[in-house]
Write a protein that binds this ligand. Structure first.
Ligand SMILES: N[C@@H](CC(=O)c1ccccc1NC=O)C(=O)O
Ligand SMILES: [Zn+2]
Ligand SMILES: [Zn+2]
Length: 209
């Protein structure tokens, strides 16, 4: 059996959320007891909380929603790169481009330790020319452990727009602390939520035998 790495954040009431967003909540609608044979819950989640995939609808009104996204970008071989040396933004010079050669999916590790306890406004963004170069090399999905590809204060979302131009897909909020850099099989499927601009994913990496 090949090893599976769970690279998803736990979803719970204290999961960090984008500033101003409501928090994640799990509700109990029924509990096992006299006359009730089951526990039944429900949840509320901001769509950009935790480990999630942005749908093209997030950055374009005519983009596909999570329900309409083709799934092939979210399953298949990927390469995990360590870019912990990047400062502020991941720039062209921070990437081992030889390691990207032939990869259709690229995941970037920016954190020494993922900030599970609180929202980090100073996460490491990705320069739009990095996205454009990845796109020109045939990369179809970019993933990061940061909360977003663009800085928190960005109003132009240059990296997201470069993703749009290259028709790539995005994973954000991955937990990559424990995974050595290298090649893996990625599975991280967005839920089929009609009209959603993003969706939680259960992201895993499988060791390639
Ligand atoms: N672009 C970010 C999300 C984002 O920008 C955002 C998420 C929730 C509430 C407000 C947001 N941006 C506001 O300008 C992302 O892709 O996760
Ligand atoms: Zn997002
Ligand atoms: Zn995003």
């Amino acid at each position: 059996m090949s090893r599976i790495w769970d690279i998803s954040q736990p979803l719970h009431a204290a999961v960090p959320v984008w500033p101003g967003e409501p928090v994640f909540a799990l509700h109990s609608h029924a509990v096992i007891g006299d006359g009730c044979p089951v526990n039944v819950g429900g949840m509320f989640t901001p769509l950009h909380a935790g480990t999630h995939g942005d749908a093209p609808l997030h950055y374009a009104n005519d983009g596909a929603s999570s329900a309409d996204c083709e799934l092939d970008a979210y399953i298949g071989p990927c390469v995990l790169l360590d870019v912990r040396h990047a400062r502020g933004r991941v720039e062209i010079s921070d990437i081992d481009w030889a390691a990207v050669e032939g990869a259709e999916r690229v995941l970037l590790r920016t954190y020494e330790q993922f900030p599970h306890e609180q929202w980090d406004s100073d996460f490491t963004a990705i320069a739009n020319d990095v996205i454009a170069r990845l796109g020109s090399m045939g990369v179809r999905l970019i993933g990061t452990d940061a909360a977003s590809l663009d800085p928190e204060q960005s109003k132009t979302l240059d990296a997201h727009q470069a993703v749009k131009a290259a028709d790539m897909r995005i994973l954000e909020g991955l937990v990559l602390d424990d995974v050595p850099p290298g090649r893996y099989e990625l599975v991280a499927l967005p839920l089929r939520i009609v009209g959603a601009d993003a969706s939680p994913v259960r992201a895993i990496l499988r060791e390639i035998a």
